[in-house]
Design a protein around this ligand. Structure first.
Ligand code: HEC
Length: 498
């Protein structure tokens, strides 16, 4: 903590002439603090929203003054995981150093209210659809009941989309039915009935913690409080195959009393023919390498993509780990040796994960390699560890399992290039993490690699430890039991069994 005078001087020098001398001497709620809370906190901290208390009124803010100073000083609030300077994103939720100093100086001075005449008007929040009327609005099949307490709920709702021809989605928006409990939402697509088969016939939904619990065909976006819908660059869309279901995964945070939710999704289609669809480069570690011993606090995995076969522009990034995830750093190594930071999350928080959209597309020339480094903490010191005492953790979809994946969403010049991105080693994973693929039409049918060839590459990458191009008995031992029979069969069919 700095001493009071130094803090006040810092405020004086940083906020400049606008704030005036009196404010610098002792910041007041009305003049100095309310503008900060209205701008950076009220989107969640107001009645009816997800945060546990409102910060609109003096009485609510003043009684927590030191708490507000503390959580902002530690960068715990507003919730925003990426490190500054490591990628520039849309809607970054971050206080400046001078804003943090004002909150600290205000708390030290006993949280004075100040002159009521200086209180700015309460912020107005956009209601309704911020991009105008969507082309399609769908909602939860039935009201969903969120219990009063207990662990957070992750539920996937299967919603048939009444689209009778292939579309290109240019934006999506989400309206929480009950903002007190809806923490975030991810919008997957699926078109072969797995979701319907899995869903409870009454709620038309199923619980699923990590991923969506099925194999989606694409992803058209995500929502979290305070994030505006992202409109894709001109001429670009996410592929939506006719007859697809939306598999809407919602994360609910119990509020202390039983709540009902009926959230809605608004979808915007391209009105003009688009030039290309959005793809994504998937990166993941070998699943068997993710075996975290209990007590290990710095379990580190690194991996990287294949070199990009074509030039691309990154428009967003979606890192994903579970509760043991502590740190994820992703960058791009260009063919000329230079490095571009893509994201660095130093204190991963599963509850605040999201898709991060770049404020400007990031150029990735042909030959660029995307590198990922992830650290897991499976010790008792990790307050988010779901197991107490810690257990040995492996790859999986459940709360106590882990994952280590990242999708870099990209646009390319043309469909041929996109197909090459989809043919990269983890092309299928990339599609789930934000790319939606593209239609099979006359132009694209002849492009791309045969499915067998793709599977062969994946299996060799995952299990051919000695890189001799064959899968041996010893290497099959590495395959998790649940998967061993399938991998053995595939390897045999491909003539890759030693
Ligand atoms: C995007 C939504 C959002 C924004 C913006 C936000 N908060 Fe929060 N805040 C929450 C939620 C949700 C919680 C409940 C705890 C949690 O889920 O992390 C919370 C909890 C808190 C807490 C209690 C922390 C604890 O450990 O119990 C404080 C204090 C707080 N917020 C202050 C702020 C301040 C100050 C700002 C603005 C500078 C802010 N918040 C901005 C959503 C938000």
């Amino acid at each position: 903590m700095f001493d009071c005078l130094a803090g006040v001087l810092a405020v004086l020098s940083l906020v400049g002439p606008m704030a005036g001398v009196e404010a610098a001497v002792t910041p007041t709620f009305n003049k100095d603090v309310a503008p900060i809370l209205f701008k950076h906190c009220a989107s969640c901290h107001r009645p009816g929203e997800i945060a546990p208390f409102s910060l609109l009124e003096y009485k609510d803010a003043s009684k927590r003054a030191s708490f507000l100073a503390k959580v902002t000083g530690e960068n715990r609030m507003p919730p925003w995981s990426p490190e500054p300077g490591f990628g520039h994103f849309k809607d970054e939720r971050r206080l400046t150093e001078s804003e943090k100093s004002i909150l600290q100086a205000w708390a030290k001075a006993g949280a004075p209210e100040g002159d009521p005449g200086q209180l700015p008007p309460k912020p107005a929040f956009e209601s309704g659809w911020v991009l105008g009327k969507p082309d399609l609005v769908v909602e939860l099949p039935k009201e969903f009941t969120v219990p009063a307490s207990g662990p957070d709920v992750y539920q996937c709702f299967v919603i048939p989309l009444p689209v009778t021809r292939d579309e290109a989605v240019v934006a999506v928006d989400f309206q929480p039915g009950n903002a007190k409990v809806v923490h975030h939402a991810i919008l997957y697509l699926e078109s072969d009935g797995q979701g319907r088969a899995k869903a409870d016939p009454v709620t038309r939904s199923f619980p699923s913690f990590g991923g969506p619990g099925i194999r989606p065909t694409g992803n058209i976006g995500a929502w979290a409080p305070g994030i505006r819908p992202i409109q894709l660059p001109e001429g670009t869309g996410r592929y939506l195959k006719k007859g697809s279901d939306l598999v809407l995964q919602i994360h609910y945070h119990p509020s202390g009393k039983e709540e009902k939710d009926k959230s809605r999704v608004g979808i915007y289609f391209s009105k003009t023919p688009i030039r290309n669809y959005v793809g994504a480069v998937g990166i993941r570690t070998r699943q068997w390498a993710l075996r975290i011993p209990p007590g290990e606090s710095q379990f580190t995995l690194v991996d990287q993509s294949e070199p990009l076969p074509v030039a691309a522009k990154a428009i967003g990034i979606l890192p994903h780990m579970h509760y043991l995830g502590k740190e994820m750093k992703v960058d791009a190594k260009l063919p000329d040796g230079s490095e571009i930071p893509l994201i660095w999350i130093k204190d991963w928080d599963f509850n605040w994960q999201g898709i991060y959209g770049y404020s400007e597309p990031v150029d990735l020339p042909k030959g660029t390699v995307i590198r990922m480094r992830a650290v897991f903490d499976n010790s008792t010191a990790n307050p988010r560890n779901p197991s107490s005492p810690p257990i040995r953790v492996t790859w999986g979809e459940q709360t106590q399992d882990e994952m280590c994946i990242c999708g870099v969403q990209v646009v390319t010049d043309n469909k041929k290039d996109l197909k090459q991105v989809m043919d990269m080693l983890h092309g299928d994973l990339g599609m789930i993490l934000g790319g939606g693929g593209m239609p099979e039409d006359d132009e694209t049918r002849s492009l791309g690699m045969a499915r067998n060839k793709k599977i062969e590459r994946l299996i060799l990458w995952e299990y051919d430890a000695d890189k001799d191009g064959m899968i041996s008995k010893e290497e099959l031992e590495l395959v998790p039991k649940s998967n061993r029979e399938r991998v053995t069969l595939m390897a045999r069919v491909m003539g890759k069994l030693k």
